[in-house]
Write a protein that binds this ligand. Structure first.
Ligand SMILES: Cc1cc2nc3c(=O)[nH]c(=O)nc-3n(C[C@H](O)[C@H](O)[C@H](O)COP(=O)(O)OP(=O)(O)OC[C@H]3O[C@@H](n4cnc5c(N)ncnc54)[C@H](O)[C@@H]3O)c2cc1C
Length: 412
Protein backbone atom coordinates (compact mmCIF):
# COMPACT_ATOMS: atom_id res chain seq x y z
CA UNK A 1 0.00 0.00 0.00
CA UNK A 2 1.24 3.44 -0.84
CA UNK A 3 -0.77 4.99 1.95
CA UNK A 4 1.23 8.11 2.61
CA UNK A 5 2.52 8.66 -0.85
CA UNK A 6 2.10 12.20 -2.09
CA UNK A 7 1.92 12.20 -5.79
CA UNK A 8 2.86 15.47 -7.38
CA UNK A 9 0.96 15.45 -10.61
CA UNK A 10 2.88 18.45 -11.91
CA UNK A 11 6.39 18.13 -13.28
CA UNK A 12 9.16 19.32 -11.04
CA UNK A 13 10.14 22.88 -11.92
CA UNK A 14 12.65 22.70 -14.75
CA UNK A 15 15.61 25.06 -14.89
CA UNK A 16 15.71 27.93 -17.39
CA UNK A 17 12.80 29.40 -19.27
CA UNK A 18 10.87 26.11 -19.71
CA UNK A 19 7.24 26.63 -18.69
CA UNK A 20 6.07 24.15 -16.08
CA UNK A 21 2.92 22.43 -17.31
CA UNK A 22 -0.06 22.92 -15.10
CA UNK A 23 -1.67 19.86 -13.60
CA UNK A 24 -5.21 18.60 -13.16
CA UNK A 25 -6.84 15.96 -11.01
CA UNK A 26 -10.04 14.61 -12.51
CA UNK A 27 -12.34 12.65 -10.20
CA UNK A 28 -14.35 10.18 -12.29
CA UNK A 29 -13.38 8.21 -15.40
CA UNK A 30 -16.73 8.30 -17.22
CA UNK A 31 -17.32 9.97 -20.58
CA UNK A 32 -17.01 13.47 -19.08
CA UNK A 33 -13.85 12.79 -17.08
CA UNK A 34 -12.04 11.07 -19.94
CA UNK A 35 -13.07 13.76 -22.44
CA UNK A 36 -11.85 16.47 -20.06
CA UNK A 37 -8.57 14.57 -19.64
CA UNK A 38 -7.99 14.50 -23.41
CA UNK A 39 -8.92 18.16 -23.85
CA UNK A 40 -6.56 19.26 -21.07
CA UNK A 41 -3.69 17.10 -22.30
CA UNK A 42 -4.13 18.68 -25.72
CA UNK A 43 -3.81 22.07 -24.04
CA UNK A 44 -0.50 20.96 -22.53
CA UNK A 45 -1.69 20.06 -19.02
CA UNK A 46 -0.58 17.09 -16.94
CA UNK A 47 -3.67 15.04 -16.18
CA UNK A 48 -4.52 12.23 -13.78
CA UNK A 49 -7.98 10.69 -13.83
CA UNK A 50 -9.01 8.89 -10.64
CA UNK A 51 -11.82 6.36 -11.03
CA UNK A 52 -13.43 4.52 -8.13
CA UNK A 53 -14.16 1.34 -10.10
CA UNK A 54 -11.51 -1.34 -9.72
CA UNK A 55 -11.55 -2.19 -13.42
CA UNK A 56 -12.37 -0.26 -16.54
CA UNK A 57 -15.46 -2.23 -17.43
CA UNK A 58 -17.46 -0.27 -19.91
CA UNK A 59 -21.00 -1.12 -19.00
CA UNK A 60 -24.08 0.43 -20.50
CA UNK A 61 -26.01 0.08 -23.67
CA UNK A 62 -26.23 2.44 -26.62
CA UNK A 63 -25.86 6.18 -26.78
CA UNK A 64 -26.95 8.70 -29.33
CA UNK A 65 -24.26 11.26 -29.92
CA UNK A 66 -25.71 14.34 -31.56
CA UNK A 67 -23.78 16.63 -33.95
CA UNK A 68 -22.96 19.15 -31.20
CA UNK A 69 -21.00 16.46 -29.35
CA UNK A 70 -19.69 14.77 -32.50
CA UNK A 71 -18.05 18.10 -33.40
CA UNK A 72 -16.57 18.33 -29.90
CA UNK A 73 -15.25 14.77 -30.24
CA UNK A 74 -13.65 15.70 -33.58
CA UNK A 75 -11.86 18.51 -31.70
CA UNK A 76 -10.56 15.85 -29.30
CA UNK A 77 -9.14 13.91 -32.26
CA UNK A 78 -11.72 11.12 -32.34
CA UNK A 79 -13.04 11.52 -35.86
CA UNK A 80 -11.58 8.27 -37.16
CA UNK A 81 -12.75 6.27 -34.14
CA UNK A 82 -16.27 7.63 -34.53
CA UNK A 83 -16.37 6.81 -38.21
CA UNK A 84 -15.56 3.20 -37.35
CA UNK A 85 -17.98 2.80 -34.45
CA UNK A 86 -21.18 4.64 -35.27
CA UNK A 87 -24.21 4.35 -37.48
CA UNK A 88 -25.37 7.68 -38.79
CA UNK A 89 -28.26 9.14 -40.71
CA UNK A 90 -30.71 6.53 -39.49
CA UNK A 91 -34.38 7.24 -40.09
CA UNK A 92 -37.55 6.14 -38.38
CA UNK A 93 -40.58 7.59 -36.73
CA UNK A 94 -42.85 8.09 -33.76
CA UNK A 95 -45.43 5.33 -33.49
CA UNK A 96 -48.37 4.24 -31.36
CA UNK A 97 -48.00 0.89 -29.61
CA UNK A 98 -50.04 -0.76 -32.39
CA UNK A 99 -47.61 0.58 -35.00
CA UNK A 100 -49.51 3.56 -36.39
CA UNK A 101 -47.01 6.11 -37.68
CA UNK A 102 -47.52 9.52 -36.01
CA UNK A 103 -44.55 11.36 -37.48
CA UNK A 104 -41.51 10.47 -39.50
CA UNK A 105 -38.03 11.16 -38.18
CA UNK A 106 -35.39 11.82 -40.77
CA UNK A 107 -31.86 12.86 -39.98
CA UNK A 108 -30.96 13.18 -43.64
CA UNK A 109 -29.36 16.56 -44.16
CA UNK A 110 -28.22 16.87 -40.55
CA UNK A 111 -24.59 16.63 -41.62
CA UNK A 112 -24.93 19.53 -44.05
CA UNK A 113 -26.91 21.59 -41.57
CA UNK A 114 -24.85 21.12 -38.43
CA UNK A 115 -21.45 20.10 -39.74
CA UNK A 116 -21.48 16.59 -38.26
CA UNK A 117 -23.72 13.52 -38.32
CA UNK A 118 -25.81 12.07 -35.51
CA UNK A 119 -24.30 8.77 -34.36
CA UNK A 120 -25.61 5.79 -32.46
CA UNK A 121 -22.75 4.04 -30.66
CA UNK A 122 -22.23 1.46 -27.98
CA UNK A 123 -21.20 3.24 -24.78
CA UNK A 124 -18.40 0.71 -24.32
CA UNK A 125 -16.92 1.59 -27.72
CA UNK A 126 -16.97 5.31 -26.95
CA UNK A 127 -15.38 4.82 -23.54
CA UNK A 128 -12.66 2.60 -25.06
CA UNK A 129 -11.89 5.16 -27.75
CA UNK A 130 -11.70 7.96 -25.16
CA UNK A 131 -9.41 5.97 -22.91
CA UNK A 132 -7.11 4.99 -25.77
CA UNK A 133 -6.86 8.61 -26.85
CA UNK A 134 -6.11 9.80 -23.30
CA UNK A 135 -3.61 7.00 -22.62
CA UNK A 136 -4.24 4.21 -20.12
CA UNK A 137 -1.37 5.43 -17.94
CA UNK A 138 -3.39 8.55 -17.12
CA UNK A 139 -6.16 6.53 -15.43
CA UNK A 140 -5.92 5.32 -11.82
CA UNK A 141 -8.41 2.56 -11.04
CA UNK A 142 -9.76 1.63 -7.62
CA UNK A 143 -9.15 5.24 -6.60
CA UNK A 144 -12.27 6.73 -5.08
CA UNK A 145 -11.99 10.39 -4.17
CA UNK A 146 -12.48 10.62 -0.40
CA UNK A 147 -11.73 14.24 0.37
CA UNK A 148 -9.90 17.33 -0.88
CA UNK A 149 -8.70 20.71 0.27
CA UNK A 150 -7.41 23.78 -1.54
CA UNK A 151 -5.44 26.94 -0.95
CA UNK A 152 -4.19 29.73 -3.22
CA UNK A 153 -1.38 27.49 -4.53
CA UNK A 154 -3.26 24.32 -5.41
CA UNK A 155 -5.55 21.42 -4.56
CA UNK A 156 -4.77 18.28 -2.56
CA UNK A 157 -6.98 15.22 -2.90
CA UNK A 158 -7.07 11.88 -1.07
CA UNK A 159 -8.17 8.60 -2.57
CA UNK A 160 -9.36 5.24 -1.28
CA UNK A 161 -6.21 3.47 -2.56
CA UNK A 162 -4.09 5.57 -0.21
CA UNK A 163 -2.86 8.01 -2.82
CA UNK A 164 -2.68 11.73 -2.19
CA UNK A 165 -2.38 13.95 -5.25
CA UNK A 166 -1.65 17.65 -5.64
CA UNK A 167 -2.47 19.75 -8.66
CA UNK A 168 -3.50 23.18 -9.88
CA UNK A 169 -7.12 22.20 -10.40
CA UNK A 170 -9.63 19.53 -9.37
CA UNK A 171 -12.46 18.64 -11.73
CA UNK A 172 -15.41 16.76 -10.26
CA UNK A 173 -16.57 14.53 -13.11
CA UNK A 174 -17.90 12.02 -10.62
CA UNK A 175 -21.44 11.66 -11.89
CA UNK A 176 -24.93 12.35 -10.63
CA UNK A 177 -24.12 11.49 -6.98
CA UNK A 178 -20.96 13.62 -7.06
CA UNK A 179 -18.86 13.71 -3.92
CA UNK A 180 -17.11 16.85 -5.16
CA UNK A 181 -20.46 18.63 -5.55
CA UNK A 182 -21.51 17.60 -2.07
CA UNK A 183 -18.30 18.88 -0.53
CA UNK A 184 -18.52 22.20 -2.40
CA UNK A 185 -22.21 22.93 -2.02
CA UNK A 186 -23.70 20.48 0.49
CA UNK A 187 -26.37 17.90 -0.21
CA UNK A 188 -28.58 18.78 -3.20
CA UNK A 189 -31.59 16.50 -3.49
CA UNK A 190 -32.21 15.06 -6.96
CA UNK A 191 -35.51 15.43 -8.80
CA UNK A 192 -37.25 12.12 -9.45
CA UNK A 193 -38.84 12.13 -12.92
CA UNK A 194 -41.66 9.72 -12.04
CA UNK A 195 -40.41 6.92 -14.30
CA UNK A 196 -37.93 4.11 -14.52
CA UNK A 197 -35.90 3.23 -17.64
CA UNK A 198 -34.56 -0.08 -18.90
CA UNK A 199 -31.89 -0.41 -21.57
CA UNK A 200 -30.41 -3.21 -23.63
CA UNK A 201 -28.62 -4.19 -26.83
CA UNK A 202 -30.19 -6.97 -28.91
CA UNK A 203 -29.20 -8.72 -32.14
CA UNK A 204 -30.71 -7.06 -35.23
CA UNK A 205 -34.04 -8.74 -36.05
CA UNK A 206 -34.09 -10.73 -39.29
CA UNK A 207 -37.31 -9.12 -40.54
CA UNK A 208 -37.29 -5.46 -41.65
CA UNK A 209 -38.29 -2.96 -38.95
CA UNK A 210 -38.46 0.77 -38.35
CA UNK A 211 -36.41 2.59 -35.76
CA UNK A 212 -37.76 5.36 -33.56
CA UNK A 213 -39.96 5.81 -30.52
CA UNK A 214 -43.22 4.13 -29.66
CA UNK A 215 -45.52 5.86 -27.21
CA UNK A 216 -48.11 4.14 -25.07
CA UNK A 217 -49.92 5.16 -21.91
CA UNK A 218 -47.30 6.10 -19.32
CA UNK A 219 -44.81 3.95 -21.20
CA UNK A 220 -42.34 4.35 -24.09
CA UNK A 221 -40.06 2.14 -26.13
CA UNK A 222 -37.24 3.46 -28.32
CA UNK A 223 -34.92 1.62 -30.67
CA UNK A 224 -31.88 2.67 -32.66
CA UNK A 225 -29.69 0.48 -34.91
CA UNK A 226 -26.10 0.45 -33.64
CA UNK A 227 -24.73 -1.30 -36.71
CA UNK A 228 -25.85 -4.12 -39.00
CA UNK A 229 -25.65 -6.57 -36.12
CA UNK A 230 -27.15 -4.90 -33.06
CA UNK A 231 -29.98 -2.65 -31.99
CA UNK A 232 -29.95 -0.44 -28.88
CA UNK A 233 -33.31 -0.15 -27.15
CA UNK A 234 -34.71 1.64 -24.12
CA UNK A 235 -38.03 1.38 -22.34
CA UNK A 236 -39.74 3.53 -19.72
CA UNK A 237 -42.69 3.12 -17.38
CA UNK A 238 -44.22 5.39 -14.72
CA UNK A 239 -43.08 3.97 -11.39
CA UNK A 240 -42.61 5.14 -7.81
CA UNK A 241 -39.06 6.06 -6.85
CA UNK A 242 -36.95 3.23 -5.46
CA UNK A 243 -39.51 0.53 -6.12
CA UNK A 244 -38.21 -2.85 -4.97
CA UNK A 245 -37.55 -5.17 -7.91
CA UNK A 246 -35.92 -8.48 -8.64
CA UNK A 247 -33.25 -8.31 -11.38
CA UNK A 248 -33.90 -11.99 -12.15
CA UNK A 249 -37.42 -11.07 -13.36
CA UNK A 250 -36.51 -7.95 -15.34
CA UNK A 251 -36.93 -9.47 -18.78
CA UNK A 252 -40.15 -11.28 -17.91
CA UNK A 253 -41.59 -8.08 -16.45
CA UNK A 254 -40.73 -6.10 -19.59
CA UNK A 255 -42.24 -8.75 -21.85
CA UNK A 256 -45.50 -8.39 -19.92
CA UNK A 257 -45.38 -4.57 -19.89
CA UNK A 258 -44.85 -4.36 -23.64
CA UNK A 259 -47.09 -7.25 -24.67
CA UNK A 260 -48.93 -6.40 -27.91
CA UNK A 261 -46.60 -3.55 -28.92
CA UNK A 262 -45.48 -3.12 -32.52
CA UNK A 263 -42.72 -5.26 -34.06
CA UNK A 264 -39.92 -5.64 -33.02
CA UNK A 265 -40.44 -4.43 -29.41
CA UNK A 266 -40.99 -7.82 -27.78
CA UNK A 267 -38.43 -9.52 -30.02
CA UNK A 268 -35.75 -7.09 -28.91
CA UNK A 269 -36.54 -7.60 -25.22
CA UNK A 270 -36.67 -11.38 -25.63
CA UNK A 271 -33.36 -11.66 -27.51
CA UNK A 272 -31.35 -9.42 -25.16
CA UNK A 273 -29.24 -11.45 -22.73
CA UNK A 274 -31.30 -11.07 -19.53
CA UNK A 275 -28.29 -10.28 -17.35
CA UNK A 276 -27.42 -7.31 -19.61
CA UNK A 277 -30.72 -5.49 -19.21
CA UNK A 278 -30.08 -2.33 -17.19
CA UNK A 279 -32.67 -0.63 -14.99
CA UNK A 280 -32.44 2.91 -13.56
CA UNK A 281 -34.87 5.25 -11.88
CA UNK A 282 -34.56 8.49 -13.83
CA UNK A 283 -33.54 11.67 -11.99
CA UNK A 284 -32.21 15.07 -12.84
CA UNK A 285 -30.35 17.60 -10.77
CA UNK A 286 -32.14 20.88 -10.08
CA UNK A 287 -29.93 23.57 -11.67
CA UNK A 288 -27.08 24.67 -9.41
CA UNK A 289 -26.39 28.37 -8.79
CA UNK A 290 -22.66 27.69 -8.95
CA UNK A 291 -20.34 24.94 -10.17
CA UNK A 292 -17.05 26.39 -9.00
CA UNK A 293 -15.25 27.24 -5.78
CA UNK A 294 -11.68 28.49 -6.26
CA UNK A 295 -9.68 25.77 -8.01
CA UNK A 296 -12.42 23.14 -8.00
CA UNK A 297 -15.25 22.81 -10.50
CA UNK A 298 -17.84 20.32 -11.71
CA UNK A 299 -18.36 18.76 -15.14
CA UNK A 300 -20.93 16.46 -16.78
CA UNK A 301 -23.62 14.83 -14.66
CA UNK A 302 -21.95 16.10 -11.49
CA UNK A 303 -22.85 19.63 -12.63
CA UNK A 304 -26.05 19.11 -14.60
CA UNK A 305 -27.46 15.57 -14.60
CA UNK A 306 -30.45 15.57 -16.93
CA UNK A 307 -33.12 13.08 -17.93
CA UNK A 308 -32.22 11.17 -21.11
CA UNK A 309 -35.15 12.41 -23.20
CA UNK A 310 -33.06 14.51 -25.57
CA UNK A 311 -30.06 12.14 -25.56
CA UNK A 312 -27.88 15.03 -24.39
CA UNK A 313 -26.39 14.05 -21.00
CA UNK A 314 -23.12 12.66 -22.30
CA UNK A 315 -23.14 15.15 -25.19
CA UNK A 316 -23.18 18.04 -22.73
CA UNK A 317 -20.38 16.47 -20.68
CA UNK A 318 -18.26 16.32 -23.85
CA UNK A 319 -19.02 19.96 -24.67
CA UNK A 320 -18.09 20.91 -21.07
CA UNK A 321 -14.74 19.20 -21.50
CA UNK A 322 -13.77 21.16 -24.62
CA UNK A 323 -14.92 24.51 -23.20
CA UNK A 324 -13.26 23.93 -19.82
CA UNK A 325 -9.92 23.12 -21.43
CA UNK A 326 -10.21 26.21 -23.65
CA UNK A 327 -10.83 28.45 -20.63
CA UNK A 328 -7.93 26.93 -18.66
CA UNK A 329 -5.68 27.22 -21.68
CA UNK A 330 -6.40 30.90 -22.13
CA UNK A 331 -6.12 32.18 -18.58
CA UNK A 332 -3.11 32.20 -16.29
CA UNK A 333 -5.44 32.28 -13.27
CA UNK A 334 -7.11 28.93 -12.58
CA UNK A 335 -10.00 30.30 -10.46
CA UNK A 336 -10.82 32.93 -13.10
CA UNK A 337 -10.71 30.34 -15.87
CA UNK A 338 -13.11 28.10 -13.94
CA UNK A 339 -15.52 30.98 -13.34
CA UNK A 340 -15.42 31.72 -17.05
CA UNK A 341 -16.10 28.08 -17.93
CA UNK A 342 -19.08 28.05 -15.60
CA UNK A 343 -20.41 31.26 -17.09
CA UNK A 344 -20.16 29.82 -20.60
CA UNK A 345 -21.80 26.52 -19.75
CA UNK A 346 -24.36 26.91 -16.98
CA UNK A 347 -27.13 28.66 -18.93
CA UNK A 348 -27.07 26.21 -21.81
CA UNK A 349 -27.07 23.06 -19.70
CA UNK A 350 -29.82 24.46 -17.45
CA UNK A 351 -32.03 25.07 -20.45
CA UNK A 352 -31.42 21.61 -21.94
CA UNK A 353 -32.08 19.95 -18.57
CA UNK A 354 -35.43 21.75 -18.37
CA UNK A 355 -36.37 20.83 -21.96
CA UNK A 356 -35.44 17.19 -21.42
CA UNK A 357 -37.68 17.05 -18.35
CA UNK A 358 -40.61 18.58 -20.28
CA UNK A 359 -40.21 16.14 -23.19
CA UNK A 360 -40.15 13.24 -20.72
CA UNK A 361 -43.25 14.47 -18.91
CA UNK A 362 -45.25 14.58 -22.17
CA UNK A 363 -43.84 11.23 -23.29
CA UNK A 364 -45.01 9.65 -20.04
CA UNK A 365 -48.61 10.96 -20.15
CA UNK A 366 -51.03 8.15 -19.34
CA UNK A 367 -54.35 9.95 -19.03
CA UNK A 368 -56.36 8.82 -22.14
CA UNK A 369 -57.41 12.39 -23.03
CA UNK A 370 -53.82 13.59 -22.89
CA UNK A 371 -52.61 10.57 -24.85
CA UNK A 372 -55.19 11.41 -27.55
CA UNK A 373 -54.05 15.05 -27.54
CA UNK A 374 -50.42 13.98 -27.83
CA UNK A 375 -51.24 11.90 -30.90
CA UNK A 376 -52.90 14.84 -32.64
CA UNK A 377 -50.03 17.16 -31.75
CA UNK A 378 -47.48 14.61 -32.94
CA UNK A 379 -49.22 14.22 -36.30
CA UNK A 380 -49.52 17.95 -36.87
CA UNK A 381 -46.52 19.49 -35.24
CA UNK A 382 -43.83 17.07 -34.19
CA UNK A 383 -41.33 17.39 -37.06
CA UNK A 384 -41.50 21.19 -36.90
CA UNK A 385 -41.38 21.27 -33.08
CA UNK A 386 -38.48 18.86 -33.02
CA UNK A 387 -36.60 20.94 -35.51
CA UNK A 388 -37.14 24.14 -33.52
CA UNK A 389 -36.12 22.50 -30.28
CA UNK A 390 -33.07 20.74 -31.69
CA UNK A 391 -31.53 23.51 -33.80
CA UNK A 392 -30.07 25.58 -30.92
CA UNK A 393 -28.80 22.41 -29.27
CA UNK A 394 -27.18 20.96 -32.37
CA UNK A 395 -25.63 24.07 -33.87
CA UNK A 396 -23.38 24.63 -30.83
CA UNK A 397 -19.66 24.55 -31.50
CA UNK A 398 -17.79 23.88 -28.27
CA UNK A 399 -14.48 24.48 -29.99
CA UNK A 400 -15.53 27.96 -31.10
CA UNK A 401 -16.91 28.80 -27.66
CA UNK A 402 -13.64 27.62 -26.13
CA UNK A 403 -11.60 29.78 -28.48
CA UNK A 404 -13.73 32.92 -28.49
CA UNK A 405 -15.22 32.79 -25.00
CA UNK A 406 -18.56 33.81 -26.46
CA UNK A 407 -21.71 32.32 -24.98
CA UNK A 408 -23.70 30.56 -27.68
CA UNK A 409 -27.27 29.65 -26.81
CA UNK A 410 -27.01 30.98 -23.31
CA UNK A 411 -30.05 31.64 -21.15
CA UNK A 412 -32.86 33.37 -22.96
C1 LIG B 1 -31.37 5.51 -19.70
C2 LIG B 1 -30.31 6.51 -20.08
C3 LIG B 1 -30.06 6.77 -21.43
C4 LIG B 1 -29.13 7.75 -21.81
N1 LIG B 1 -28.93 8.01 -23.13
C5 LIG B 1 -28.07 9.00 -23.49
C6 LIG B 1 -27.84 9.28 -24.88
O1 LIG B 1 -28.40 8.64 -25.78
N2 LIG B 1 -26.98 10.29 -25.20
C7 LIG B 1 -26.34 11.03 -24.24
O2 LIG B 1 -25.57 11.95 -24.58
N3 LIG B 1 -26.52 10.75 -22.93
C8 LIG B 1 -27.36 9.77 -22.53
N4 LIG B 1 -27.54 9.48 -21.21
C9 LIG B 1 -26.84 10.30 -20.19
C10 LIG B 1 -25.40 9.85 -20.00
O3 LIG B 1 -25.36 8.50 -19.68
C11 LIG B 1 -24.75 10.67 -18.88
O4 LIG B 1 -25.09 12.02 -18.99
C12 LIG B 1 -23.23 10.53 -18.96
O5 LIG B 1 -22.84 9.20 -18.74
C13 LIG B 1 -22.57 11.44 -17.93
O6 LIG B 1 -21.18 11.24 -17.95
P1 LIG B 1 -20.27 11.66 -16.70
O7 LIG B 1 -18.90 11.28 -17.08
O8 LIG B 1 -20.59 13.05 -16.32
O9 LIG B 1 -20.81 10.77 -15.50
P2 LIG B 1 -20.77 9.19 -15.32
O10 LIG B 1 -20.95 8.50 -16.60
O11 LIG B 1 -21.74 8.88 -14.23
O12 LIG B 1 -19.30 8.91 -14.80
C14 LIG B 1 -18.89 9.26 -13.50
C15 LIG B 1 -17.73 8.37 -13.12
O13 LIG B 1 -17.23 8.80 -11.86
C16 LIG B 1 -16.95 7.67 -11.06
N5 LIG B 1 -17.02 8.12 -9.66
C17 LIG B 1 -18.12 8.43 -8.92
N6 LIG B 1 -17.75 8.85 -7.70
C18 LIG B 1 -16.39 8.82 -7.66
C19 LIG B 1 -15.43 9.14 -6.67
N7 LIG B 1 -15.79 9.60 -5.45
N8 LIG B 1 -14.12 8.99 -6.97
C20 LIG B 1 -13.72 8.54 -8.19
N9 LIG B 1 -14.60 8.20 -9.17
C21 LIG B 1 -15.92 8.36 -8.91
C22 LIG B 1 -18.02 6.68 -11.44
O14 LIG B 1 -17.64 5.35 -11.12
C23 LIG B 1 -18.13 6.91 -12.94
O15 LIG B 1 -17.22 6.12 -13.67
C24 LIG B 1 -28.44 8.47 -20.80
C25 LIG B 1 -28.65 8.18 -19.45
C26 LIG B 1 -29.59 7.21 -19.09
C27 LIG B 1 -29.80 6.93 -17.62
Amino acid sequence: MNSNKIEKVAFETAPGPTVTPKSAIIAGGGIGGLAAGIALEQAGWQVSVFEQAAEFKAIGAGLTIWPNAVKALYTLGLREDLEKMGVSEFAGGFFTEKGELLAKISYAGILERYGAPILAVHRADLLDALLNKLGKDRLRLGAKLLDFSQDEKGVTANFSNGETAQADVLIGADGIHSKVRKKLFGHKPLNYSGYTAWRGVAPTPKKPFEAGETWGKGRRFGLVPLNGEAVYWFATDNRPEGEPHDPAHRQEELLTLFDGWRFPVKELIATTPAANILRNDIFDLPPLDKWTVGRVTLLGDAAHAMTPNLGQGACQAIEDAVVLAGCLDQSAEVPLALEHYEELRRGRTTRITRQARQVGAVGQWRNPALVWLRKQLARLLLPRLQDRQLAPILNYEADRVAKTGVILNGPR
